[in-house]
Design a protein around this ligand. Sequence first.
Ligand SMILES: Nc1ncnc2c1ncn2[C@@H]1O[C@H](COP(=O)(O)OP(=O)(O)OP(=O)(O)O)[C@@H](O)[C@H]1O
Length: 320
Amino acid sequence: MSELFWFEKYRPRSFDEVVDLEEVKSRLREFVKSGNMPHLLFYGPPGTGKTTMALVLARELYGEYWRENTLELNASDERGINVIRERVKEFARTAPVGKAPFKLVILDEADNMTSDAQQALRRIMEIYAQNTRFILLANYISGIIEPIQSRVVMIRFNPLPKEAVISRLRYIAENEGVKISDDALETIYEFTQGDMRKAINALQIAAATEKEITEDVVARALGMVSPRLLRETLQEALKGNFSKAMTQIYGFVVDGGVGELEIIRQIHREVLRLDVPEYVKPELAYIIAEAHYATLRGARGLTQIFGALAKIRRLLKQAV
Ligand SMILES: Nc1ncnc2c1ncn2[C@@H]1O[C@H](COP(=O)(O)OP(=O)(O)OP(=O)(O)O)[C@@H](O)[C@H]1O
């Protein structure tokens, strides 16, 4: 069932399959080599390889017995810390199978636990430290209480770099018999910003509509304007061809079904890439932030976009 989703089908099963994360890999390889490790905390934004690395570590530690030796729990399970305690107790009762001297508990969303639950978790970690090691997964380190932070080795995960995401997407596309252009790959990266789960999902969604994926196919599948078209429109507006730019933007929203907030987000990205003096960039960002905020608060998005473009043009004319 889970294989329906490409991000599951292509979840790496060994260190070699994991792209980027060289430093993390080498630290974890050391643990495997020495046959021992501390409790770990993997933290960072979604889709950056935390769960994947925990599962790869389990496979590398235990080989074919990794399932028997690994307990996966979700901390946001509403049944709470008592269920976690019971399940860890039951799991830790039996000796590990295979060569590693401990079993592995992977606890997802640890930062969603209350402080009291985390205090209890800390005690559970201590009680069973003899034959278990915990890997806690979290998005925000600030959500983890200090007494836990000081008892684990913390490993930070960052949004994955463009080359890494694109090379993985290329590999998956090739395997699935899908043709994808370089522009389309760039667009997926722009849209997903280093979240590999989102990127693979975007590829799968685009591939469901066409077997040859271009930038336009991706943009349509993701509910965004093709970055190329948006750049052209922006240039028209900056040249003063306002009615043309407005008609195009109107078309993106009304015919293309792209949300106004998404268009503002894209304009933001493009505007900051313009070849303009550095000192005007904060002002540009401010103009767009205002339009974004007003739209969020219920003002008409199109009006906000047109107004922002007019202000940007005026500002740039003064600056040059
Ligand atoms: N470094 C990587 N190399 C190859 N694939 C990766 C990598 N990181 C993530 N992926 C892919 O992205 C998917 C999501 O990654 P993963 O589940 O590890 O994210 P996560 O950091 O645990 O996210 P969350 O915080 O949402 O739980 C994986 O199934 C895998 O296909």
